[in-house]
Design a binder for this molecule. Structure first.
Ligand SMILES: [Zn+2]
Length: 315
């Protein structure tokens, strides 16, 4: 079965408001023939395809008005090719630096969970930051197979299921570049709140569709992607945390440091020009030069209030 065979209509995946009065953000642009094994892989070459996107008038989340059902997505991510080891290491460095200040406020560093852990590179950073018990959930079999032998035991293959973990047991839950991909991001954030101990932190890294670079690039921004079912901005993330009963303690733009050839791959240049430039970078070795660029990514950190169990449902 093709991932696009059956699509379901959606309301706003953050606040639940109907798509009926949402404002148009982008018309759909999907060519099923262009979908490949890499379409649901991380850090691929952009295809600039997307479902029809609208902006929620209540919470400002941009969302696809139709999307594949959750089971079809699970299948697509399980089978997704994986091609991002070097980039994953560099991204982990970026995230660990951005998390330093919020982590300083954590009194306990016992258990940490990463949802969408890829090859588990960030898990080793968490161990390095003092977390004793670290687990990552990752649906892509190829990503798990590419994990280093020491990291692999920390990875669980499959999509995240709240019931696999003990409520109130994590000091930190991380979900990086994943909230765009899931069918029900609010339900995921609610699960995270229940799995956190009081005082525990949820850290999200997402794209910011309102960041200047993404507004400038428009349809040619890498955030326009068939695998992205919703896109966030500061106000939609603030609302998401409020709705699930987490206190917002930090929201900031982060700069990603990647080699020059990675930036060229992501750039909105025409494909033939991009290929020539990539070849030149490869021959000269300049492709390996590292460059930190603010590409419109946000890190958002929320804390589970100490008394949340007394008032929030399921808390
Ligand atoms: Zn909304």
């Amino acid at each position: 079965m093709h991932v696009l065979d059956r699509l379901e209509a959606r309301a706003c995946p953050v606040c639940g408001r109907s798509a009926d009065d949402a404002r148009s953000f982008l018309e759909d642009s999907i060519d099923p023939a262009e979908l490949t094994g890499f379409s649901y892989a991380s850090r691929k070459t952009p295809e600039y395809m997307s479902f029809r996107l609208v902006t929620c008038v209540s919470c400002r989340t941009v969302f696809a008005v139709t999307a594949p059902p959750a089971e079809a997505l699970t299948q697509a991510y399980r089978e997704a090719a994986y091609d991002s080891s070097e980039e994953a290491r560099l991204a982990a460095d970026t995230y660990v630096a951005a998390l330093a200040a919020p982590l300083a406020s954590l009194t306990m560093r016992q258990r940490a969970l990463e949802i969408g852990a890829g090859t588990g590179v960030f898990l080793s950073r968490l161990t390095g930051a003092g977390f004793a018990d670290v687990v990552g959930v990752e649906p892509s079999r190829a990503a798990i197979e590419a994990a280093e032998p020491l990291i692999r035991p920390m990875l669980r293959e499959g999509v995240f299921v709240e019931g696999d973990f003990e409520p109130g047991s994590f000091d930190l839950i991380c979900c990086f570049q994943t909230m765009e991909h899931v069918s029900a991001p609010r339900a995921l954030a609610e699960s995270c709140r229940r799995l956190l101990r009081p005082g525990g932190l949820l850290s999200l890294v997402t794209h910011d569709y309102r960041a200047p670079i993404n507004r400038l690039l428009g349809r040619r921004s890498p955030i326009i992607d068939v695998a992205h079912l919703q896109l966030y901005c500061r106000s939609s993330l603030t609302e998401l945390l409020r709705l699930v009963g987490l206190e917002l303690i930090d929201i900031r733009s982060i700069k990603n440091t990647y080699p020059l050839d990675y930036w060229v791959r992501l750039s909105p240049l025409p494909r033939p020009l991009k290929a020539r430039l990539q070849a030149a970078l490869s021959v000269t070795g300049a492709g390996a030069w590292k460059l930190g660029v603010g590409v419109g990514n946000l890190m958002t950190v929320g804390r589970k209030p100490a008394d949340v169990g007394l008032r929030a449902p399921g808390g």
